[in-house]
Design a protein around this ligand. Structure first.
Ligand SMILES: [Zn+2]
Length: 504
């Protein structure tokens, strides 16, 4: 076992075993580092000690040694066995046999080394409502999650939800996640979400969205400051490019006038935009044609779902340089329409992937990759069986892995920093175990990741060179306190929403 040492705010061993050892007092460690953290200082031991950009100890390199390295960068190539050197939080070299005598070494001889997954749409405030709607439709979701629970969310509930969702993302190898955050009933709710994301240590895109109430007509509410509060957020939290958090606007599902207002508020502060479109029957309103008539469609926008858009709308997305996010598993379960993977490819757009709602689907990206892989292939097979003489090409596992990484980075506006293991990019890296019974003996690395692996293979996770997970355990997370935080938030929310929790 390699014992990795960090001196950010004090020394600690990040291996699972030592982490549970009482030898180093967590309190002692916290006292030296967590001057500003409040609630989360009881849960997260290290995140508040992050340097700008999330870098590890300045001057101390990390060498990931002897792994099967999938850089996904065609110019760099992939390696059956190579090393990855990380300096100052960035990837400085990828090649076999790197010598760096002063580096902290992570043994990757039984690992696939790959870029972390990038999720382009997840409603993270719902992290305390996991599995609440396993059988629910989109209509049930609106009624129960948004109008019953969402209307009653307190800032503390938002904090807990975001924290669980963020830590769950890291745990399953999602190093970058767009928090599609439409729970801003007051500015305190907003501050709570951002606080949780910052403390978790995940690379997060905070997409600022509308509040929730019992009717679903948020514009009739008082007490919220959507969308104009985005100007305060830009100043208060997002004035630097050199940090793990970036700012988006989560434009509402509302009238074109309200959407245009949100677009303007975003562009006034240079924030990119994300919006749900083409969702079920509601999505057949030719919304994008209407927005285009106001010259509102630009390359700064990600379109989510897109299941029921018309052909003109698809061309508008392509011609204006937009990106798309497919939440394939949710779409098959809840009535959005067919995940439009083939439609995107036919139009000339490479999709990104997203989890969407943990109320109904798992939080990992293996599920997302396999869902769109099987659906696209099934669609092609069906056309061939029906006698189509010119069917589309089958997706390959490599393309699907690129959707989960490169295209995710692009839709999150971060392709400059992440998405591939390219020297110069930030070190957002996952190490996936190949000595597990679901994939050994290994024959095909990309195939193993996409067709057979799961969160149980995620051994080590680095974000901007900082080790977040090691030997299968999250680093610096106090699970006892986290459990208490989650249970208390859940019970408080059920009481406030006057819902009985049957639990089974
Ligand atoms: Zn959504």
């Amino acid at each position: 076992m390699t014992h990795l040492r960090s001196t950010v705010g004090g020394s600690f061993c990040s291996c699972g075993g030592c982490n549970s050892s009482p030898a180093l007092s967590r309190r002692q460690f916290l006292c030296t580092t967590a001057a500003t953290a409040v609630a989360a200082s009881t849960v997260i031991g290290t995140a508040s000690a992050q340097q700008p950009g999330g870098a590890t100890t300045p001057g101390r390199a990390i060498l990931i040694k002897g792994g099967c390295v999938l850089t996904l960068d065609r110019a760099v190539g992939d390696f059956e066995q190579a090393d990855v050197l990380i300096e100052g939080g960035k990837i400085s070299a990828v090649r076999p046999n790197i010598s760096s005598p002063n580096a902290e070494v992570i043994d990757a001889s039984r690992m696939i080394v790959a870029p972390g997954f990038a999720d382009t749409h997840r409603h993270m405030w719902q992290g305390i409502l996991r599995n609440v709607l396993p059988d629910g439709s989109l209509e049930d979701y609106r009624n129960i999650v948004q109008r019953t629970f969402g209307a009653k969310y307190t800032p503390d509930d938002v904090y807990a939800g975001d924290l669980f969702s963020a830590l769950g993302a890291v745990d399953s190898g999602v190093t970058c996640v767009l928090d599609w955050s439409h729970i801003h009933n007051t500015p305190d709710h907003t501050d709570a979400a951002i606080k949780a994301l910052a403390e978790s240590g995940v690379r997060a895109v905070f997409a600022y969205g509308n509040p929730q109430n019992e009717t679903g007509r948020y514009w009739e509410m008082t007490g919220h400051k959507f969308p104009d509060d985005i100007a305060r957020l830009r100043k208060q939290y997002f004035s630097s490019e050199d940090q793990l958090l970036t700012l988006y606007m989560a434009a509402p599902s509302a009238s074109p006038e309200l959407i245009l207002g949100a677009f303007k508020a975003a562009r006034d502060v240079g924030a990119r935009i994300s919006i749900h479109v083409g969702v079920g029957e509601f999505g057949r309103s030719a919304l994008l044609e209407k927005l285009n008539a106001q010259n509102a469609l630009k390359s700064d926008t990600t379109y989510i779902h897109c299941c029921t858009l018309n052909d003109t709308e698809w061309k508008l997305i392509r011609d204006t340089g937009g990106t798309i996010s497919i939440a394939g598993y949710v779409e098959t379960l809840m009535g959005h329409g067919n995940p439009p993977t083939q439609k995107a490819i036919d139009t000339g757009i490479r999709p990104s992937l997203s989890v969407d709602v943990e109320t109904s689907v798992p939080n990992d990206f293996f599920q997302q990759m396999r869902t769109i892989f099987s659906l696209q292939k099934n669609e092609v097979w069906a056309r061939r069986l029906a006698g189509d003489k010119n069917p589309p090409k089958f997706l390959t596992v490599r393309e699907v892995l690129e959707f989960a990484t490169i295209e995710g980075a692009r839709a999150n506006g971060l392709e400059r920093k992440i998405g591939t293991l390219t020297p110069g990019k930030d070190a957002d890296i996952i190490l996936l175990r190949t000595d597990r019974l679901n994939v050994m003996p290994m024959n095909n690395a990309v195939g193993a990741v996409v067709t057979s692996m799961g969160p149980q293979n995620v051994d080590t996770v680095l974000i901007a060179g900082k080790v977040m997970k090691r030997n299968g355990q999250l680093v610096g997370v106090d699970f006892e306190r986290l459990t208490r935080l989650g249970n208390e938030a859940r019970d408080r929310l059920y009481a406030n929403a006057n819902v009985k929790n049957a639990r089974i």
